[in-house]
Design a protein around this ligand. Structure first.
Ligand code: PMP
Length: 436
């Protein structure tokens, strides 16, 4: 029922697209996991602010002061949305990928990173300068916790451990990076338990909430994670802005992510001709250059809209959509839904599947061309996970897509349907009919 989620109405509901079979149909956007449509409310808020925006942290004019206030208020609103600790820092970035690369650039020397092979590439790949332990895909949430505990207990003592007094103890610093909800299976990961395991072994943990935050409340305090990251464009705001929030110390002690104006407090010429720089030790340290004020403002607006509509409403509505899709797919014998944790796993509205006898790319193209349904096909930037789930040969696949399977071969890629706020019943019903 649309009225249930009226405050969460999204843009694009009336967009029509042509069908190869003739005529046109309203577009069914079922690729929220890639980018969700913006909330009407976010768009209206941004439009209302647009005539007034000015430079932030720089100008003396009234509109510059107003924009600076709005930018800093946005920071507070998002920190509240995430239930951050009072001494946490929140940095506005470009995206989840950018946030994790920023965190990777702040790792202390000798930091060991632990990451499940099932992660999105944005969580799997930024730790290039660290010693990384890739953990095998668990088949239950309990196995995930046990796997992490074992890996942390087995880690090598730090070569310079005697010099350290940090939480890393004799092992030096360590960081665990884990997703809250999988972008492939939609399954929820046991974040609180993984955080407890990490802390028990002197490690820190960053939560990739790119797929979790749009669907469930995220409390940094409750989950006891050290950092959280997400992207605005998956949380019903437009592209171009993301968030890294959490412990201030690593951020404060690291070199600025970008060097430039805004990150520096004082710059002076030295007598020897060089330059001395004093960097800020607040979020500004990692926000050099003119920030994406509209992006930050839009994320804050989305956070407010979600909070006001209430996650209880959102979760109940999404549960109904998930049940409709899963029941529909279960009625098609050729469909295999991909899952790590099994049928009973808690999940968000992200479901991937393969159809026996079908090439997934052709199937997704047909959903678009014949039914006006937008889904995604491919490996979803989580190659090791999708390969594990498909049981296919890693040598034969391409970057974020995949080559076609020869007739009679196993699918080399999958189809993903995903939805959330503002998805009408008709879209998921059309999808189920189309698959059937
Ligand atoms: N992590 C997860 C779990 C994701 O689903 C995505 C986006 N698919 C990312 C990270 C990267 O997000 P972005 O492309 O906005 O940087």
């Amino acid at each position: 029922d649309q009225s249930v989620c009226a405050p969460l109405a999204v843009l694009g509901r009336d967009v029509t697209v042509p069908l190869v079979t003739g005529g046109e149909v309203t577009y069914a956007a079922l690729d929220y996991a890639a980018s969700a449509p913006a909330l009407q409310r976010v768009w209206d808020d941004v439009a209302a602010y647009a005539p007034y925006y000015g430079s932030v942290h720089r100008g003396a004019g009234y509109l510059s002061q107003l924009s600076t206030d709005l930018f800093e208020n946005a920071r507070r609103t998002v920190a509240e949305f995430l239930d951050c600790r009072s001494d946490d820092q929140l940095v506005f970035t470009r995206s989840t990928t950018d946030s994790l690369n920023l965190l990777a650039a702040t790792l202390p020397a000798d930091c060991q990173v632990f990451v499940f092979e099932t992660e999105h590439h944005a969580s799997l790949l930024p730790w290039r300068d660290a010693r990384v332990t890739y953990l095998n895909a668990p088949r239950t949430p309990e196995q995930a916790v046990a796997t992490l505990e074992r890996a942390l207990a087995d880690r090598d003592p730090s070569p310079s451990s005697r010099l350290r007094s940090s939480r890393g103890g004799p092992y030096g610093p360590a960081l665990v990076c884990v997703t809250g909800a999988s972008n492939v299976t939609g399954e929820l990961w046991p974040v609180r338990e993984l955080a407890a395991a990490a802390h028990a072994h002197g490690a820190r943990i960053v939560l990739d909430a790119a797929q979790l935050a749009p669907h469930h409340p995220v409390s940094v305090r409750d989950l006891d994670v050290d950092w959280v990251v997400f992207s605005g464009h998956k949380l019903y705001a437009p592209f171009g802005a993301g968030v890294l929030a959490g412990r201030a110390d690593w951020l404060r002690e690291a070199d600025p992510y970008l060097a430039g104006g805004g990150a520096s407090r004082k710059v002076s010429r030295r007598e020897d001709g060089g330059v001395d720089v004093e960097w800020h030790d607040t979020a500004a340290r990692h926000e050099a250059g003119s920030p994406n004020v509209i992006g930050a403002y839009a994320i804050a607006s989305a956070c407010k809209a979600l909070t006001e509509a209430g996650f209880d409403t959102l979760v109940a509505r999404e549960r109904h959509l998930i049940d409709t899709v899963r029941a529909g797919l279960a009625g098609v014998p050729e469909v295999r839904v991909l899952s790590l944790f099994g049928d009973d796993a808690a999940r968000v509205g992200v479901i991937s599947f393969v159809v026996e006898g079908w090439n997934s790319s052709h199937f997704a193209a047909a959903l678009s061309a014949e039914y006006g349904i937008g889904v995604r096909d491919g490996l979803f930037c989580a190659h090791p996970l999708v390969r594990t789930l498909l049981g296919s040969d890693p040598q034969t696949q391409g970057e974020c897509g995949a080559p076609e399977a020869a007739p009679g071969e196993k699918s080399l890629n999958a189809i993903r349907v995903s939805f959330g706020a503002g998805t009408p019943d008709e879209h998921v019903e059309r999808f189920v009919t189309a698959v059937k």
